[in-house]
Design a protein around this ligand. Structure first.
Ligand code: G4P
Length: 544
């Protein structure tokens, strides 16, 4: 007898099916804010173009962001935005770029099911895109590519495709193709549907979609093609690319080895809808997560989730802290009781929030793929697993190799205990990484961060929250590798030039290197040691 799903089971599977949780990865200025804003417009989540820009400016004025954020008008931590489009719920997780690039940016990618790689058409792959791409690749996340600013001069679509393929070692398959570029940009050719979307530049901020859609063989298309400098050549390209478009390999896409490519102009809201619809079609719904009890599928009936981000001091008056949870399975309901698998403690989840920019809303219910913020009186750590029934642990969130290191020097040596407490708590929160020179932690501490701002935030918070004045002295290292394997060889590394042996919070051995050359030398010299760019996970180890 086949069992009939209960109402609860079928609503769980429907909610999973309609969710898409993703992040946009890009280099600063590629147009992430503009694209996010346009996507939100489709969902009706905001009604005016410019709201996100307004949010950028409003940061100065809002009281509940850290002072350092207000002083500088930047966001130290990232947030998640939810919107509805055509019976789908989309969750966009913000990956801050600019100077606020930090480990949070990397950790966000642990909580998504797919990634949109956004490129500036005139620039191609830029350094920050590459860094984030590597993390997405490590997690085998599916990647869709949006090439922005086709309305600008200097966009060569073939060069861009080969740049993606060469630099990232991924197959790039276009789904639409620009007709002309810069001043002569006339629209997009949808290679699958054989439709032409005609472009008009807009002066209303792109609040509405503007493209006129025609079948490729519509007589109105001909005069546009006739204007092209090489009509024949263009039609040959279309014939070739249309043929290739059918070679889309979903399996390769889902494992991050093939990326569908779309062109457009976020500013002019052109090509965005075409992309959004394709995204809903292609991007996968919430995935299963690995745990020590095997994979936990999203339709596992009991609620589970993990903490991927802790945001502290949003309100300095109240020392507020929020833990952000990615829902992995089951249905979340406010006031439910769960076990924090890491501490073994039972908690009632009452103070819940969801963010739309600065606006907070209480969350009564959430489903796999959703992000909820929980008020955290200091009980959560990055990577904690929350379970409604049974106890299991999701694979830990790894630490990523910092690129900036500093030795912490106390201005008042009597404050050593305060300093230790501050560093412990801030590293638990994932704000920085702390390394010690000996396993007993008797000697100096070295702190590491992915972005410069993290170190500034550290000094600021030590002073304001822990009453400790400290300096950070440069130490000259610029990369870290976690080590596993032969213990004798690991110890021997301490005597190597331009290399420093330290220990992380869990006392795992880590080597710091002054440069790429020192790293290569050590890797060759100590073959019995495996070097990892991220801290080895609890259950899977990534080898370099
Ligand atoms: P980011 O979040 O990735 O850093 O980029 P953001 O959206 O802030 O965009 C960076 C700049 O690129 C902005 O110009 C934005 O208007 C422009 N831009 C975004 N999409 C397109 C596009 O499709 N075509 C063209 N031509 N420009 C685009 P800005 O001058 O720095 O800011 P603003 O004064 O326009 O706000």
């Amino acid at each position: 007898m086949t069992s009939v799903p209960t109402n609860e089971e079928s609503s769980l599977s429907q909610e999973i099916e309609r969710r898409r949780t993703f992040a946009i990865i890009s280099h600063p200025d590629a147009g992430k804010t503009t694209l996010t804003e346009k996507l939100l417009l489709y969902g009706g989540a905001i009604h005016l173009a410019g709201s996100i820009k307004a949010r950028k400016a409003a940061r100065y004025a809002t009281s509940d962001w850290m002072e350092i954020e207000r002083q500088r008008g930047i966001s130290v931590t990232s947030s998640a935005l939810a919107f509805e489009f055509e019976n789908h719920t989309l969750n966009i997780l913000d990956t801050p770029g600019h100077k606020d690039f930090s480990e949070d940016t990397f950790r966000t990618l642990e909580a998504v099911d797919s990634v949109v790689m956004l490129l500036d058409g005139a620039k191609g792959i830029e350094p920050q895109t590459l860094k984030l791409f590597e993390v997405a690749r490590m997690r085998s996340l599916p990647i869709l590519t949006f090439i922005n600013k086709v309305d600008r001069e200097g966009v060569d679509p073939f060069n861009l495709l080969s740049d993606i393929e060469r630099t990232l070692d991924i197959s790039a398959l276009p789904f639409d193709w620009p007709i002309g570029s810069g001043n002569r940009f006339r629209g997009l050719w949808d290679l699958g549907r054989q439709e032409v979307h005609l472009y008009e530049s807009v002066d209303h901020g792109g609040a509405k979609a503007v493209d006129r859609r025609l079948l490729a063989n519509d007589p109105a298309v001909e005069p546009i093609l006739a204007e092209l400098p090489d009509r024949e050549g263009f039609m040959d390209e279309i014939a070739l690319l249309s043929h290739e478009e059918s070679s889309f390999d979903r399996k390769k896409f889902l494992s991050g080895r093939m990326t569908p490519v779309f062109f457009g102009s976020a500013l002019n809201n052109f090509g965005v809808e075409l992309f959004l619809r394709a995204f809903l079609d292609m991007a996968p719904p919430p995935r299963a997560y690995h745990s020590d009890k095997g994979p936990i599928a999203p339709d596992h009936p009991a609620f589970s989730g993990f903490v991927f981000k802790i945001q502290a001091n949003m309100d300095p008056q109240h020392r507020d802290r929020f833990a952000f949870i990615r829902v992995c399975s089951g249905r979340f309901q406010r006031e439910m009781c769960v076990t924090n698998a890491t501490t073994g403690k039972t908690l009632r989840l009452s103070k819940t929030i969801q963010f739309l920019g600065q606006k907070r809303e209480r969350v009564e219910e959430a489903w796999p793929g959703d992000i909820i913020g929980l008020h955290d009186p200091g009980v959560f750590r990055i990577g904690d697993t929350l379970c409604e029934k049974g106890v299991f642990h999701f694979e830990g969130i790894p630490s990523f190799s910092p690129e900036l290191f500093g030795r912490v020097v106390l201005e008042d040596p009597l404050k050593r205990k305060h300093l230790k407490k501050g560093l412990d708590q801030l590293s638990e929160e994932g704000a920085i990484q702390v390394f010690q020179l000996d396993p007993h932690g008797e000697r100096d501490m070295i702190v590491g961060a992915v972005g410069a701002l993290q170190l500034e935030v550290l000094k600021f918070r030590l002073e304001h929250e822990y009453n400790v004045k400290a300096r950070l002295e440069p130490v000259g290292y610029d990369r870290a590798r976690w080590m596993t394997g032969n213990a004798e060889q690991i110890q021997a590394i301490s005597g190597t030039l331009d290399t420093l042996l330290v220990y992380d919070r869990e006392l795992k051995p880590v080597a710091l290197f002054r440069n790429e050359w020192a790293l290569r030398y050590v890797v060759e010299k100590y073959p019995k040691v495996a070097f990892h760019g991220t801290s080895p996970r609890a259950f899977h180890e990534e080898k370099e």
